[in-house]
Design a protein. Structure first.
Length: 491
């Protein structure tokens, strides 16, 4: 791979070369076993670990994030690669299914049908600004695409350009040393290359983490191609937190402290930041008394990721503050890092188009919404669009079925008693949600993320030797399969 930092911008021609090289590598890689492909992911993880000191130093210099946070993020990234490698070995995401020929099938004779998922091909990935490792060059999108058997061309993020370029080179070198075909992972820079990546006929899907405006523009471009392709975008989220009256009476000030800690974590630059706190009116006076002190004690570190992100945050905060009925509970600032701010509004004053329930403030600010009764609470939840997360603070044994259902209808992940900042990588994780949280009903975190980069193919009445090994009668790879409607465990 040509080092991304060797040129200021890749351009359309450079993007075309990277995609064509990735496509050629994909054709070769799919002749390799899943065990070999899993070993490639392990090799990348090892390479990241071996360059830990160098990478964390570059990341700290470019992002203003502390070394402890960055070191933990690199650990998460290596863990994710290894976990997805194990999933590649297991092969359960293939969904291998065998229906033997059946002359007595209920609707008439059934042919021999065998179905499994196959990788799409070249995947374009756009990394995030706020997670230089975990959602960037070899973060969840890139790692899961490689685990699926695809090739990746990554659009490097300008917010940490040097780190992105160095990481991309380390990934490419690790793949080469592990025996992967050249070009399986490539990188491009600049807007022209980004647009060419989405447009390229050999690119079969795109993963994106970023702003709603940028993601929607690329989504529209992806689905407007002569051959539309899936665009898996994570765009934005307000992440409402509901506090019941019983929970407030039980531990109100503890909840406020937890909320302030979560919304200021990482200078409020988490996609899961709890941007709305729905509190019973009984808590309004205590919140006004307690929150200013909690905000003053918050440790925000060196500053926001970039000046442009800080400027955008200030604009969005001012727009929300100007909404009808909104007042300032805790004064923020326009410095870098900005002082934490809390706005307040009564649920009864919220209109359907209020910026409070529409606009994300990507930074250390949030809105306290006080509600008078269950009807007002449910109305506010009904105003919200799709969200990554929804959190409920309730008392043990309390009947919250209605609230949980409303959160489930709008959120990809529903929590009780905790805070949404922090998204573990695991088998049951869901990181996505209805639009505008995401553009597709899928997850970008966890082992299920692999499924985005696959498509199903059925084989009918084939000779056994013509079938992929995963579908051959003897199941030579010993993977879990569904045979004639019954699940057969891995051998």
């Amino acid at each position: 791979m040509t080092p991304a930092h060797a040129q200021a911008r890749t351009g359309a021609d450079g993007a075309d070369q990277a995609v064509r090289a990735a496509h050629a590598a994909f054709l070769t890689a799919r002749t390799h076993s899943r065990e070999e492909r899993a070993a490639w992911l392990d090799a990348i993880a090892d390479a990241l670990e071996s360059h830990r000191t160098e990478l964390v130093e570059i990341a700290g210099r470019e992002s203003h994030l502390p070394d402890g946070r960055l070191g933990g993020e690199l650990t998460r990234t290596a863990f994710q690669l290894r976990l997805l490698g194990e999933e590649a070995r297991r092969g359960e995401f293939l969904g291998a299914t065998v229906d033997h020929a059946d002359a007595d099938w209920g609707m008439g004779p059934r042919p021999d049908l065998r179905r499994m998922n196959v990788p799409l091909g070249v995947v374009g990935v756009f990394g995030a600004s706020n997670f230089p490792f975990a959602f960037s060059v070899i973060g969840g999108d890139s790692a899961s695409a490689l685990a699926a058997g695809c090739a990746v061309v990554h659009k490097l993020h300008e917010a940490h350009a040097e780190l992105a370029a160095r990481t991309a080179q380390i990934v490419a070198d690790a793949l080469t040393a592990a025996g992967a075909p050249a070009g399986l992972f490539g990188a491009v820079t600049g807007r022209e290359a980004a647009e060419a990546l989405v447009d390229h006929p050999l690119v079969k899907a795109v993963g994106f983490t970023g702003s709603e405006a940028g993601g929607r523009a690329l989504f529209d471009r992806a689905v407007s191609r002569p051959e539309p392709i899936p665009f898996y975008g994570e765009l934005g989220s307000l992440n409402p937190v509901v506090v019941t009256e019983a929970a407030w009476a039980e531990r109100g000030e503890e909840i406020l402290a937890g909320w302030m800690g979560s919304l200021t974590m990482g200078v409020g630059q988490f996609c899961t930041k709890p941007g709305l706190l729905l509190l019973p009116e009984a808590g309004a006076e205590a919140a006004a008394r307690v929150l200013p002190g909690l905000a003053a004690e918050a440790d925000l570190g060196a500053g926001m990721l970039t000046e442009a992100i800080r400027d955008g945050f200030v604009v969005n905060r001012e727009a929300v503050a100007a909404s009808d009925g909104v007042s300032v509970l805790v004064e923020g600032s326009a410095e870098n890092p900005p002082a934490p701010g809390v706005l307040s509004v009564r649920a009864a004053e919220l209109g359907e188009d209020s910026e409070v329930v529409r606009r994300e403030m990507f930074g250390p600010a949030a809105v306290l919404i006080t509600y008078a009764d269950a009807e007002e609470l449910e109305r506010v939840l009904g105003l919200l669009g799709g969200q990554l997360t929804g959190t409920l603070h309730s008392a043990d044994g309390e009947d919250t079925a209605r609230v949980v259902q409303l959160l489930q209808d709008r959120c990809g992940r529903v929590l009780r008693g905790g805070w949404p900042t922090g998204v573990t990588v695991s088998y049951a994780q869901q990181h996505g949600g209805p639009y505008p949280a995401a553009t597709q009903h899928a997850t970008s975190v966890g082992t299920a993320a692999i499924g985005r980069w696959l498509r199903p193919v059925a084989f009918q009445d084939m000779e056994d030797a013509q079938l992929p090994p995963e579908l051959q009668e003897a199941n030579p790879l010993g993977i879990a399969r569904r045979v004639d409607g019954e699940w057969v465990a891995a051998q």
